[in-house]
Design a protein around this ligand. Structure first.
Ligand code: CA
Length: 514
């Protein structure tokens, strides 16, 4: 290597080495997470068994960890995907909300599923929902004020006496593990008055919406159900006690934290510190802050002291725009204004999830033709922790959505075996972009060259490093059939078809990734 390219190469490497890697377990080199569920899984209480049966397969596919859905009893019983939290201590053990198991199975089956994943060497991440409870056992009379749905800072009424579903006694659990009774004092508000049978945003008199939350709708503390009041120290204490109990029981390796934009921004600092000190190890954490505005995500990271990574929602929207703009999206901007670009050590990247899939609350589905491109971009990059959606890997039968297919499985393996070493970006054309990974000496024959387009295909001359001169590279996705020899300057003309992606790897590695 020589000339300006050599300088750029050195700069890149030295920046990496001196960058202060997050020391709280968030950064995971070349690891890939599987989101182990989609919204429309059958309501057959059998998913934990499915996880047990497929643990080995997930490991073979190249995953490092699996994010499991919320494991506690939801208000809709076996119909609850898990986000309608009723009883945090009922992991499918008590006859509540119509059945003993949750949608996914019983407590024993859940613990078995975690053990099965651990036994094959996979980490397990639990989905934690701390914004609200739903499905109270009794009502209470409370003084409340109605707030405008579109501006929760604006009162819509004076003080009214309402009947609120806020008393959680969990009568069928009989105080097992914890006998705390939750009342209106643990909550900020509700969206239903049983007296008038009226739906509205009711905030309890004498309380204030949490101020340090997202400011959509004026104040986005309230999302649904009975909204947890973190100003009440008993609420915080109970969530902490539960975390202690749950982590010791489940031995999970990390957490996916739901709806963090609706929860006091500083809340998880102490909660995660406690879990990390109890576990005596790194505990991975990723928060769901659903907003495409990068500044809001950065503000949250600062507010929570960088204690967790966040899903890279702005990147998801860039990928979606690229997929549905008939080739007009400027591919040079695919990583613009994303966490991957500004806070890469805190970026958990993804293409789609259980909320963005068709029919769901945050529907913003990336079209099928662009999925391999999108996954190639997040899986082969040095930075970010990619999370692969169950519905993309295995399909969504209920909606006749097919799996992305073999290409996705190959990409996960290319990440695991070949996507190492410095990255060289070629984001220099509005349609066709690419990057290379030079490989390193620890991973045999590693190195990869990616070319992606959302419009017309073509050729991009890229360097993969002088150490590869004379090697034969092929497109492991099979979209291009030629064999390319890396030339004396470490470069080659890497091709891609119209609206396609090609992933060029050493011919010698095909048995590893196919
Ligand atoms: Ca809230």
């Amino acid at each position: 290597m020589e000339g300006p390219f050599f300088v750029a190469y050195c700069l890149h490497v030295s920046m990496k080495k001196t960058y202060n890697r997050n020391n709280i377990g968030v950064y995971m080199e070349n690891k890939t997470i599987l989101q182990g569920f989609e919204w429309y899984l059958p309501e057959d209480t059998n998913h934990w068994n499915y996880i047990v049966e497929n643990a080995h397969r997930f490991k073979e596919m190249g995953f490092y960890g699996v994010w499991l859905p919320p494991a506690y009893k939801g208000a809709a019983g076996i119909h609850d995907v898990g986000y309608g939290v009723y009883d945090l201590y009922d992991l499918g053990e008590f006859d509540q909300k119509g059945a003993i198991p949750t949608k996914y199975g019983t407590k024993d089956q859940y613990l078995h599923a975690i053990r099965a994943l651990h036994d094959v060497g996979l980490e397990v991440y639990a989905d934690i929902v701390f914004d609200h409870f739903i499905g109270a056992d009794e009502t209470e009379e409370v003084d409340a004020i109605r707030f405008l749905d579109t501006n929760r800072n604006q009162q819509e009424s004076g003080i009214e006496r309402i009947k609120a579903w806020t008393k959680f006694t969990f009568p069928k659990r009989h105080g097992m593990y914890n006998d705390y009774v939750w009342t209106w004092k643990n909550f900020k508000g509700v969206n239903w008055d049983e007296f008038t049978q009226k739906e509205a945003i009711y905030g309890f008199e004498g309380k204030k919406w949490e101020q340090n939350v997202d400011n959509e709708n004026g104040n986005f503390d309230y999302l649904m159900g009975a909204d947890l009041d973190m100003d009440n120290p008993e609420t915080v204490d109970q969530l902490n006690r539960w975390g202690n109990w749950y982590q010791a029981l489940s031995e999970v390796d990390g957490y996916r934290l739901d709806a963090v934009k609706h929860i006091r921004f500083s809340f998880f600092i102490e909660w995660l510190k406690n879990r990390r000190s109890e576990a005596g190890k790194d505990i991975f954490a990723v928060g769901e802050y659903w907003n495409g505005d990068l500044e809001k995500l950065e503000n949250y990271l600062d507010s929570c002291g960088g204690m967790m990574s966040l899903f890279d929602v702005p990147l998801h929207f860039n990928l979606q725009h690229a997929s549905n703009s008939d080739g007009r999206f400027d591919m040079r901007n695919i990583f613009e204004n994303t966490l991957l670009q500004t806070r890469h050590n805190w970026a958990t990247t993804f293409v789609d999830n259980h909320d963005t899939q068709p029919g769901q609350s945050l529907e913003s589905w990336i079209e099928g033709w662009f999925k391999p491109q999108a996954y190639a971009l997040i899986l082969l990059k040095d930075e970010g922790i990619p999370c692969v959606f169950f519905g993309d890997l295995f399909g969504i039968p209920k909606q006749d959505i097919d799996p992305v297919g073999k290409e996705l499985e190959i990409l996960i393996k290319v990440r695991k075996y070949l996507a190492y070493g410095p990255e060289m970006d070629y984001f220099d054309h509005p349609d066709i972009i690419g990057f290379t990974r030079f490989g390193d000496t620890e991973h045999e024959d590693s190195g990869v060259a990616l070319v992606v387009t959302n419009a017309k295909g073509g050729v991009k001359r890229m360097s993969i490093g002088a150490q590869h001169v004379g090697e034969i590279y092929v497109d492991c996705l099979g979209n291009r059939s030629e064999r390319l020899e890396i030339e004396e300057d470490g470069c080659a003309d890497f091709a891609v078809n119209d609206g396609s992606v090609s992933v060029w790897v050493s011919e010698k590695t095909l048995d590893k990734v196919l």
